[in-house]
Design a protein around this ligand. Sequence first.
Ligand code: FAD
Length: 476
Amino acid sequence: MTKKIIVWFKRDFRFIDNPALYYAAQDGVVIPVYIHFPTSIKGKLTNSEIFHDQALLSFQKTINQSGGRLLIREEDPATILPKLIQEAGANALYFNLSYEPEQVQLDQYIYDNTLVPVQRFHAGLLTEPGTILNKQGKPYKVFTSFWKSLSSFPIQKPLPQPKEITWEQSEVNEKEPIFENTTISSHWKAGGEKEALNKLQLFLENQLEDYKTYRDYPGMDATSRLSPHLAQGEISPRLIWHETQEQLELTGMEKELSHTYEESAEAFLKQLVWRDFAYHQLAVFPHIVNQPPLQPSYRNFPWIAKEQEIFAKWKDGLTGYPIVDAGMRELNETGYMHNRVRMITASFLVKHLLIHWGEGQAWFEKQLVDHDLANNTMGWQWVAGTGFDASPFFRIFNPIKQAEKFDPPDGIYIRKWVPELKTLPTKYIYHPAEAPKDILNQASVTIGQDYPAPIVEHRFARERALEAFQNMKREG
Ligand code: FAD
């Protein structure tokens, strides 16, 4: 008897290295299913939900082109999956595992309560949570040790695209495109898995070699921009890992590899491993997404209650610190912000304004096209000093020095995103409020009118933050 298998897709919109699809295609007839979670279909969509819908649409088209029809339902998976299994007469259910706490519970519930055999696969990370442990069998809290351990671990080779898939034909269920009508659409090409693979190829060929040298400069196009595709599972991290190694080997056969090239490849793979590190933490400490910090002493931190006006200035990019404002405006316009600037803007909110990191985390969740629960949570806790292996709280970024260091030689990133400062001489681009009046006049900038004065003075903010930290330590 032919096996009829429901493959339940979630955030794994790809054909290459998709174990649930690969093994279902080998084992029988495939009924592809996607289920919108009821919570995500209410209210205004976040940018990552818009990107998700677009990824779904692209995936649906790809399945159509290969002769199948993706069934799309909007209901609780726990209710709809048994119905679909019964209606289709399916005799197995395959899916790739999720790693976000609520989804993990749902996956387990489905596994325990489905009447037909269920097969679950690991597909979204380089390594399964729970596999990279220290000598005591405990999860690592320090990234370097995690990295060392993971890099000596055999990373599974990506599975190829299934050679042949026998799809069960069912209804056509075209979804309306949402992406095309939004502000982020002009910044993100909607091309699904094909676009993600294309981006990886271009990155490996053109940017990998200098990744380590330039990855911290937001004014340069030096990183892969694969994050939204990874977040939606349009590309597999295992594929990125092995393709990067292969690129290194291929280039090594053509020419002698420079030390920089090798270091760059390692630096890139390390960033990918930070993603695994974040998910491994989330698996062990699922509570970290709901505010309590990983470091318990921070429970008493004297955060300042969020003042709407000040918070709005941070959100809108009107703090009077050009690098912070450039970052927030890039985020609002494109749904993306460069990693270095994520650190600077987050640090500014937490340390200069003393607003709880959870507020910033929530704003990033709304705005980021690549929003990822594990990475966003870890990113904020890293900046706030409350996470494991985090930047200590007392190391306070000076937003002017950070801008001078990472937006050289001319403030190209600031000029792009804060156009009212575009014609200021480089000497003042990082701190326009300190420019003499005649220079400001020549650039047609009136501080407080065309561009805000700093909403908080750096030295004052730094001392206030350090005092708050000392108070917490005394009380803790
Ligand atoms: P590349 O430099 O090309 O790196 C390749 C991949 O490695 C990325 O696509 C990403 O998957 C992973 N990666 C890179 N840097 C990190 C990092 N620091 N931590 C974990 N994984 C990393 N990343 C997200 O994907 N989603 C988020 O919601 C998110 N929120 C963040 C919030 C804060 C406060 C901070 C400081 C960082 C956050 N990051 C987040 C991490 C990082 O900023 C982005 O992954 C990176 O900027 C994406 O650009 P890229 O794809 O060009 O990265």
